[in-house]
Design a protein. Sequence first.
Length: 178
Amino acid sequence: MTDAYRPAARFLHWTVALIVLCMIPAGLIMTTEGLPRPVQDTLFLFHKNAGLVVGVLMLIRLAYRSAHPPPPLPASVPAWQARIARISHGLLYALLFLMVASGFVRVTAGGFPLEGWDALGLPRFSKREALGSAASEVHEGAAYGLMALVLLHAGAALHHALVRRDGVFARVWLAAGR
Ligand code: HEM
Ligand code: HEM
């Protein structure tokens, strides 16, 4: 087997992926018209609390990654594909941080609660409607970018797992040895 990501990096990858894959449908559903109020409130509660957890996990992940850089891809992966993988991983990090930051600004500048994070004393922006609306636009645009990239990313990973069977998928899968 080729070199794998360390267990902590794999754990962080799948924890963040699982939360984000629940948050995307939650975000899309909670913003639709005509939803029963308790359902909408519950989805917002989950989305905001979990979104900031993703922010914390991504900071830990970035710190961990700079201390333990990922292992090089196997030599069977052509250089241009390795380059696309590097760029798309960088974009995934950037978009996740942008989602968390724009969500945070949208909520606090819009004058809405941060739910559990308010109780923990997380600082907030003061209410500024224009800033809140701008952040809402950024959040929505970045969400569609993230969805497209996650689809490409998961598609490429499955291609490695099922067609090429070159050990790339196993590098990040939880059962990989090290
Ligand atoms: C991994 C991070 C996140 C992802 C993938 C994500 C995804 C989404 C998606 C797909 C939507 C629906 C599209 C839209 O109308 O904007 C949405 C809406 C929303 N999200 Fe997030 N979100 C994230 C983080 C956050 C955070 C940290 C907060 C706040 C603390 C937040 C608050 C909101 C709010 C308030 C809306 C409704 C926006 C509006 O209608 O103005 N999100 N999110
Ligand atoms: C929201 C969902 C996901 C996000 C945000 C995400 C994000 C990322 C990021 C940022 C990396 C690079 C990690 C690093 O080098 O520090 C990565 C690697 C990887 N991801 Fe995902 N991922 C998601 C879902 C998935 C899914 C569903 C699969 C499989 C079907 C997958 C398979 C992989 C594989 C195989 C790698 C390692 C690639 C390599 O060896 O260089 N990911 N992912």
